[in-house]
Design a binder for this molecule. Structure first.
Ligand code: BDR
Ligand code: CA
Length: 295
C-alpha cells in the first residue's frame, strides 16, 4: 500500500476524499496537513481531526499549516461548504493537535522514509507544499508523486474566468510548485467536473461509517434531488490508486500571478513548466471505485 500525506482544507469534497483514503487498505495515511482554503485554518484543522475521530483513527496526526496564502489576502468558499466547512454536519470532537508546523512535519516525515516512497495528495491551496519546497528542498526532492486537484485547462474557472479556486487562493504558491521539478500530476476542473454525485449516488454510499459520513456530507453538498455536484478532491485519491482510469497529457504551463480577477489561472506557454495533466477520465469507473471504497 501507498504511503501518503494528505494536504487539505476540508471542505466537503476534501472530507469525502479523506474518508475514502482512510477506508481503503491500499493507502497508509501518514498524516493530514491542513491549510486555509474553503474556510479558515482553525476550521479546516478541526474538521480534519473530526474526520479521523469519526473513523476511529485519531492515531493519525493532524498538523496545521498555513493560515493564509504566501503573499495575498485570504479568500474562502464558505458559500459552497458552509461557515463550518462541512455544510453543518457535526463530527466527533478531534484529538489535540500534534503540532502546528505542517511544513517541518512533512519534511521530517519525508526524510525518515525511503526517498520516493511517500506521495503528497494536495486537495487545497498549495501554500504548505510551496513552503516545503522552498524551505526544505532536500526533503521535497524525496516526494514520490505530488498529485494536485487544481486548475482549469479548457474548462472555464470556478474562481475567475479561467482560474480554479485552489490556484486562485494562492497563485504564487502554485507557480512555485509547478516550476519546482517535483514529479507532479494536476487534476483540473476539466476532469473533476465530470465526476458528479447526485442523490441516488449519495444514498448508495450508506452502510459503513465512512459511507454514512460521506453520505451525510454529500447530502449537504448536493442540496436537492435535481442537482449533481462535482467530486473534485476524491479524484486525487482515485488517480493515486487507479491511474489507468485517467488519460494524462503533457502541457507547458505558467500561472497568472497578476492582481487581476483571473489570478491563479493557468496559461499555456512554451516557456512554462512541463506538467502532466489528467485531461481524460473514465467517469463511471472513478465513481464506481469511490463508492466501493466508501461502503
Ligand atoms: C477545489 O476548491 C475547493 O472548494 C474544493 O475543495 C476543491 O479542492 C475545487 O475548485
Ligand atoms: Ca479542497
Amino acid at each position: 500500500n501507498r504511503k501518503v500525506i494528505i494536504d487539505t482544507d476540508p471542505g466537503l469534497d476534501d472530507a469525502v476524499a479523506i474518508l475514502f483514503g482512510l477506508a481503503s487498505d491500499r493507502f497508509k495515511v501518514l498524516g493530514l496537513t491542513t491549510v486555509a482554503g474553503n474556510i479558515g485554518l482553525a476550521r479546516t484543522t478541526a474538521n480534519a481531526g473530526g474526520l479521523l475521530a469519526a473513523m476511529g483513527r485519531s492515531d493519525i496526526p493532524v498538523v496545521a499549516g498555513a493560515s493564509g496564502p504566501l503573499r495575498r489576502k485570504t479568500i474562502d468558499a464558505a458559500e459552497i461548504h458552509g461557515n463550518d466547512g462541512l455544510g453543518g454536519v457535526t463530527l466527533p470532537a478531534a484529538a489535540p493537535l500534534l503540532s502546528d508546523d505542517a511544513v517541518d512535519w512533512m519534511a521530517e516525515t519525508l526524510l525518515s522514509e525511503p526517498s520516493g516512497s511517500i506521495d503528497i495528495l494536495a486537495l487545497g491551496p498549495l501554500t504548505n507544499v510551496a513552503q516545503l519546497i522552498e524551505t526544505h528542498p532536500q526533503a521535497a526532492s524525496r516526494i514520490g508523486h505530488l498529485i494536485v486537484m487544481g486548475g482549469a485547462i479548457v474548462e472555464k474557472g470556478n474562481a475567475g474566468p479561467t482560474s480554479e479556486f485552489n490556484f486562485a487562493a494562492d497563485p504564487e504558491a502554485t507557480a512555485l510548485v509547478l516550476a519546482s521539478g517535483v514529479r507532479t500530476t494536476l487534476i483540473p476542473l476539466d476532469v473533476t467536473r465530470r465526476i458528479r454525485a447526485d442523490r441516488d449516488y449519495v444514498e448508495g454510499l450508506r452502510g459503513t461509517v465512512a459511507g454514512d459520513t460521506a453520505a451525510a456530507l454529500l447530502t449537504a453538498y448536493v442540496q436537492d434531488e435535481k442537482t449533481s455536484r462535482p467530486l473534485h478532491d476524491p479524484c486525487v485519491m482515485v488517480l493515486a490508486l487507479a491511474p489507468e482510469l485517467f488519460g494524462v497529457d503533457s502541457y507547458r504551463l505558467s500561472v497568472n500571478v497578476s492582481d487581476d480577477t483571473d489570478a491563479g489561472g493557468l496559461i499555456q506557454d512554451e516557456a512554462g513548466s512541463p506538467v502532466s495533466v489528467a485531461m481524460r477520465v473514465d467517469a463511471a469507473g472513478v465513481l464506481a471505485l469511490l463508492a466501493e471504497g466508501l461502503r
